[in-house]
Design a protein around this ligand. Structure first.
Ligand code: GBH
Length: 494
């Protein structure tokens, strides 16, 4: 990326916070150590061909044992925040009941190590790794039985770590894990809820669990803390200026972001279009529940990687709700819209299998995207919400997996230009008056990329997975990301 001259009208506000993010299942490994119980993903990684390279996360980055090295490598680059998730089934191997003290000790040491190194620890309670026993007992998020179990888990974590952690996220990307139902047939106990209704039952449990945990957390942590959940999805652009496409875009917002954001930020309840869709099979929230849900967030957290074009569907386009084989799930939430193959001339993530065809380097749309979230959910909210944070953004370098020369891997030109352009877009948004409060880059190391296994890499550090020592190396993108704060941060220094 050519050096651009500093734009004197840009700067990060002095309270802007930034760092890097990761998630327990994708990095920890130590799957059977120190009392950890299995999660649904330990089972999913055993389903033949469910993961492209049939890999597991039993070892992953071995971060459970290498966290001190990992944290010191972040500190060495001046990273301010390390955002990680806790493994629910490590802390509560049976999902509920006895607490595994070794897990508490581990996370205590991890948190203390961050503080020792001057890196702020930040916690996500749930990044998709439901304790397997809760899936088997009552269907995990499909059942409201999960609500008291999640809230108790949250209470244990707030009480154990809340004296040192002030930024908390309850759940990561409910749109994603709710659309993952149904899980592969026959591997989990069968439940009678029809496939297309499952995401909405999951979403109902999530809103109840999140909002209750929020209030429990605030009572334990007090007002200095902030608690929210991470929503996700790309910016939605109409393919043409027809009113049909504009309506399709609105339905796409409703059935994705709005599904979780309208209840929390605007009304305590779903968007009208979603309410209509679920009215035959989902119970209404009670007034008390609506009150509990509305305002249960301190800032608007969004995992904002990309943008896509949307259009009204061709006649006969089938619904993809609950249809995990659809290549575009979960962005296609019902028959009323779809996203177009139009790629806007953007660089696209690795397209083949394994691939990230959903991932467009559409950084030119980021200022509009941030403003949209601010105008739609932050400014009109009667709740305490302060500003928009980009809690994940990142890129999978095309062909990175097929490079063999270390230097070629470390010079990740596309990811580097993604971070360069994205940071400029955030600065532009701030200069235009959008209240962007912070950002977290995904991810600080290559890791277990869910169904893509180790074949798709999102790391700003390379990990050689064929070497049992799992050495880490900074890629160029890591330096580029840090550079933005060196140039435009409040600490100054070009
Ligand atoms: C994040 O989700 C996750 O939080 C993180 O764990 C993950 O490592 C990171 O993305 C990188 O992928 O292939 O068309 O079916 C981002 C939102 C939602 C984007 C699911 C990819 C699959 C689209 N992701 N989506 S498709």
């Amino acid at each position: 990326v050519p050096l651009t001259p500093k734009n004197e009208s840009w700067s990060f506000p002095s309270d802007f916070w930034w760092g890097v993010a990761g998630a327990a299942f994708q990095i920890e490994g130590a799957a059977k150590d120190e009392g950890r119980g299995p999660s649904v993903w330990d089972a999913l990684t055993r389903v033949t061909n469910h993961i492209v390279d049939n890999s597991t996360a039993d070892v992953a980055d071995n971060n459970y044992y290498m966290y001190k090295e990992d944290i010191s490598r972040l500190a060495a680059q001046g990273v301010k925040i390390y955002s990680f998730s806790l493994s629910w089934s490590r802390i509560l191997p049976f999902g509920r009941g006895p607490v595994n003290q070794q897990a508490i000790d581990h996370y205590n040491d991890l948190i203390n190590t961050c503080i020792e190194y001057g890196v702020e620890p930040s916690v996500t309670l749930y990044h998709w790794d439901t304790p397997l026993v809760l899936q088997d007992t009552y269907g995990g998020w499909l059942s409201e039985d999960i609500v008291p179990d999640f809230v108790e888990y949250a209470r244990i974590a707030f009480e154990a770590f809340g004296d040192r952690v002030s930024k908390w996220y309850t759940v990561n990307e409910p749109i994603v894990f709710c659309n993952q139902y149904p899980l592969p047939a026959q591997y989990f106990k069968n439940f009678t809820i029809p496939n297309k209704q499952q995401p909405f039952h999951c979403g109902q449990s999530v809103l109840l669990a999140h909002s209750q945990a929020y209030h429990v957390g605030k009572s334990i942590l007090g007002d200095h803390s902030s608690i929210t959940y991470k929503n996700n999805g790309g910016y939605k652009i109409p393919l043409t200026n027809s009113s049909a496409d504009a309506q399709a875009v609105q339905r796409a917002w409703d059935f994705n972001e709005g599904w979780f954001s309208d209840p929390v930020y605007l009304t305590g309840d779903y968007p009208e279009s979603v309410k209509e869709y679920v009215s035959g099979f989902l119970r209404d929230f009670t007034d008390e529940e609506k009150q509990q849900i509305l305002g249960s967030s301190d800032f608007y957290a969004h995992d904002a990687y990309t943008a896509q074009f949307y259009m009204a569907p061709d006649s006969g386009l089938d619904s993809c709700i609950g249809n995990v084989t659809h290549p575009l799930y979960p962005s296609c939430a019902n028959t009323t819209y779809t996203y177009s193959a139009e790629d806007g001339g953007w660089v696209i993530g690795p397209a083949a299998d394994p691939g990230s065809p959903w991932l467009h380097k559409a950084t030119d749309w980021v200022p509009a995207f941030l403003k949209y979230m601010q105008d739609t959910w932050v400014t009109p909210s009667p709740g305490p919400v302060k500003g928009v944070a980009v809690t994940e953004f990142g890129f999978a370098e095309p062909f990175e997996g097929s490079k063999t020369l270390l230097q070629d891997i470390l010079y990740d030109a596309v990811r580097t230009s993604y971070y360069h352009d994205y940071m400029e877009a955030i600065l532009m948004a701030i200069a235009e008056g959008t209240d962007v409060v912070g950002c977290l880059a995904w991810s600080f190391v290559d890791n277990f990329e869910w169904q893509q296994g180790y074949a798709s890499r999102f790391g700003m550090q390379y990990v050689n997975f064929s070497d049992p020592a799992l050495p880490r190396y900074y890629k160029a993108s890591f330096f580029e990301y840090i550079n933005a704060f060196k140039i435009y941060g409040s600490e100054g220094g070009d």
